[in-house]
Design a protein around this ligand. Sequence first.
Ligand code: SAM
Ligand code: PRE
Length: 250
Amino acid sequence: MSDFDQQPDTIFNTPQQKVASFTFDSAVARVFPDMIKRSVPGYAETVAMSGIIAGRYAQPGSNLYDLGCSLGAVTLAMRHGIQAAGERAAGCRIIGLDNSASMIERAEHYIALDEGNVAVEMVCADILQYPLDNASVTALNFVLQFIAPEQRLTLLSRIAAATLPGGALILSEKICFSTEEQLLQDELHLDFKRANGYSDLEIAQKRSAIENVLIPESEQAHIERLKAAGFRQVIRWYQCFNFVSFLAVK
Ligand SMILES: C[S@@+](CC[C@H](N)C(=O)[O-])C[C@H]1O[C@@H](n2cnc3c(N)ncnc32)[C@H](O)[C@@H]1O
Ligand SMILES: O=C(O)C(=O)C[C@]1(C(=O)O)C=C[C@@H](O)C=C1
């Protein structure tokens, strides 16, 4: 078996004395496809539709960014989505960025196996530092939730400033709700994880690992901030339990 073969997520399945804060290290990178599929309701649809949206908003000679790309699932969906856009995708370049070296190393392997003809570059860098420009489409899927709340508006404003008129941002996030709805959505998310084979121990230890690391915000907070950052139109195009995806157009 090659180290790149898909492996099951067993990271939290044995009792840990003290659960460490969650990081995107090599152990997580190795099991990431299994982990995210079993943890994020609607993940496969979000990835696939990010490719469709990229196809609609691509502009010739522009950059498309997949910020916090992990293993490049959205990078590849964008590559195939814009190939279908014909002339509008002429001269486009897709840049996948992640600050986890383990993720980028594995992403490069998967991209090399893909037979697309749009240029793709994978970069190990901090999205808070990396210069962005000439962007037609940017994806920020399940990443902003890991950025310190006080840095979120600055990042979104930089993305908006780098976006061409008529360009788009796809923002996917775990969100929070009013107390009453929160209880219901939490139960449904727990049921989803259990149905995907996670034990109560795994669920509890993961919850403690992501506490204060993954900080969700309300739908309203996201929409208001996207508008404050410089996007003209914002819609929630998808929701599956407590995970949503917004489309913001400049
Ligand atoms: C939940 S994963 C994203 C999943 C991916 N977008 C997808 O759809 O498959 C979050 C990723 O964001 C990356 N990340 C978090 N903070 C970052 C930062 N400041 N700069 C670059 N990448 C970051 C992590 O390393 C991790 O790979
Ligand atoms: O909210 C949870 O319980 C999760 O497991 C979510 C989440 C995410 O949204 O990124 C957290 C970390 C992993 O990357 C996969 C899923």
